[in-house]
Design a protein around this ligand. Structure first.
Ligand SMILES: Cc1cc2nc3c(=O)[nH]c(=O)nc-3n(C[C@H](O)[C@H](O)[C@H](O)COP(=O)(O)OP(=O)(O)OC[C@H]3O[C@@H](n4cnc5c(N)ncnc54)[C@H](O)[C@@H]3O)c2cc1C
Length: 438
């Protein structure tokens, strides 16, 4: 009979949450195994994507010396409000963004996650790839005490398991911590394409001085046919990452095909010139959990903690997910260290993981925006109405030559109230404020 494989902690999932957890524990000497189903960590992962260095620095303070495979620093960022034939841009550029290391970098996950997992391995984590965890093992008292994998003799044991399995949180569901089948109202589907272009061409099109500058643009309005959702354009070294995301419910309700929505966005007259002549290098679709603070899974049970997308830790409004995942992973790791010090792996003890999260920006932010989904639900017209209005108002403002300005101002106000009544606008703004303030 083969010998029983026993570790201090098992981490399921080689994304930002799992790797951050593993690093945190290995640095303090715990015996950690990280199990990833992909060919390598990151092989199956993708995002927009902008990575925030604060969360990385918190778990790996010397990350910069370890030469992370970033694409470009984000030196200009903001929003485009897209109408069918125009755009209002709110972009911000500052010398601050040029400090090294920068606050945020664009990245490609296959490279970043691969590098991050190598750092974990260099700190002593046993990283096992091409292996899927099929279920959690419970002991006679119902406590999680290990996992089964799809390998022959593939059982691994530990008094603690950290589930960082991403949005398809089947193991979290199996344990009864998350509800099965998230309703399509609470999960978004995003499609993304990476379009290759020479670095010089990207720099010329986006007004960047060199490879040490990059742009991150989040886009609302016509990019998603005026439906609640977002699109993005981010510059990589020699590619542009472009994508759109909508709630699954919107795709179903409006009979939309994700790739058609992306194709339509790419063909928008404002967007097309940025992509002209580019070569499609990668294409994919991925889910984003948007259940919000009120519908998150339970985060702990005896012998187990859940982190990252598996627990719905995404702040879609600010396109943040990897930093929430890394911070949650680190806090799960710190809780595991404490649990080992005290030899207490009970749900009662592990509750401090949630407390640590509540004290951090992770649950503070998710709590603040907990009503955002309800806001979008109750104002499905919001993006279309106001984004198109702002574009028309801008056009009127910039073309009102030879007309008294008072007349132009009245016309602009009139254009708003043609769309929504005075009280309708007041109600929308109040709801928006409530959604933003929590
Ligand atoms: C289109 C898109 C754009 C985004 N843009 C941004 C952005 O710009 N900035 C940002 O910060 N966030 C962004 N996000 C969100 C971000 O990608 C996620 O929040 C983040 O990846 C969550 O990390 P995680 O480690 O929890 O999960 P994941 O990154 O999904 O990692 C989970 C890992 O677990 C593995 N796994 C799953 N089940 C098993 C199993 N049973 N056994 C073994 N391994 C398993 C998977 O293969 C995967 O490697 C975006 C997401 C999408 C889809």
């Amino acid at each position: 009979m083969s010998e029983k494989l026993v570790f201090d902690v098992i981490v399921v999932g080689g994304g930002p949450a799992g790797i951050a957890a593993a690093i945190t524990m290995a640095k303090e000497g715990l015996k950690v195994i990280l199990i990833e189903r992909g060919r390598f960590a990151g092989a199956k992962n993708f995002f927009g994507g902008v990575l925030y260095t604060h969360a990385l620095a918190d778990c790996l303070p010397d990350y910069w010396e370890r030469r992370p495979p970033f694409e470009r620093p984000v030196t200009e960022q903001g929003y485009w409000l897209l109408s069918p034939d125009g755009v209002v841009r709110f972009m911000h550029k500052s010398e601050h963004y040029k400090q090294e290391p920068a606050d945020a970098y664009t990245a490609l996950r296959a490279q970043f996650d691969g590098w991050f997992a190598q750092q974990a391995a260099s700190l002593g984590v046993l990283v096992i790839t091409k292996t899927t965890v099929t279920e959690c093992i419970r002991d006679g008292r119902g406590r999680v005490s290990g996992v089964k994998t799809d390998r022959p003799d593939g059982e691994v044991y530990a008094p603690l398991v950290i589930l960082a399995e991403g949005v398809n949180n089947l193991l979290t569901q199996q344990l009864g911590l998350a509800k099965a089948d998230l309703p399509p109202r609470f999960v978004a589907l995003a499609v993304k394409e990476v379009i290759g272009l020479p670095a010089k061409e990207i720099e010329a099109r986006f007004g960047l001085a060199s490879a040490k500058e990059g742009v991150a643009i989040d886009i609302f309005g016509d990019a998603t046919l005026g439906l609640p959702g977002t699109a993005f354009i981010y510059t990589d070294k020699t590619a542009i990452s472009i994508g759109v995301g909508l709630l699954l419910e919107e795709f179903v309700h409006h009979k939309l095909r994700p790739y058609e929505v992306l194709a339509r966005f790419k063909n928008h007259p404002v967007v097309r010139p940025y992509l002209a002549g580019g070569e499609s290098l990668e294409y994919g679709a991925h889910l984003i959990p948007e259940m919000g603070y009120n519908r998150m899974p339970a985060l702990t049970a005896d012998g187990v903690m859940v982190a990252g997308d598996a627990a719905g830790m995404v702040d879609a409004l600010h396109r943040e997910g990897t930093n929430l995942a890394m911070t949650a992973g680190r806090l799960a790791g710190e809780t595991a260290l404490e649990a080992h010090r005290q030899s207490d792996f009970s749900a009662g003890f592990l509750k401090q993981y949630r407390r640590r999260l509540e004290e951090s920006f992770v649950l503070k932010d998710l709590k603040q925006y907990r009503r955002m989904t309800d806001f979008l639900d109750s104002t499905p017209y919001f993006m279309k109405t106001y984004v198109n209005y702002l574009n028309e108002a801008a056009l009127r403002y910039f073309t009102a030559h030879g007309i008294p300005k008072r007349t132009m101002e009245k016309e602009i106000m009139g254009m708003l109230f043609e769309r929504r009544s005075f009280f309708g606008v007041a109600r929308d703004m109040l709801k928006l404020l409530q959604g933003m303030r929590g």
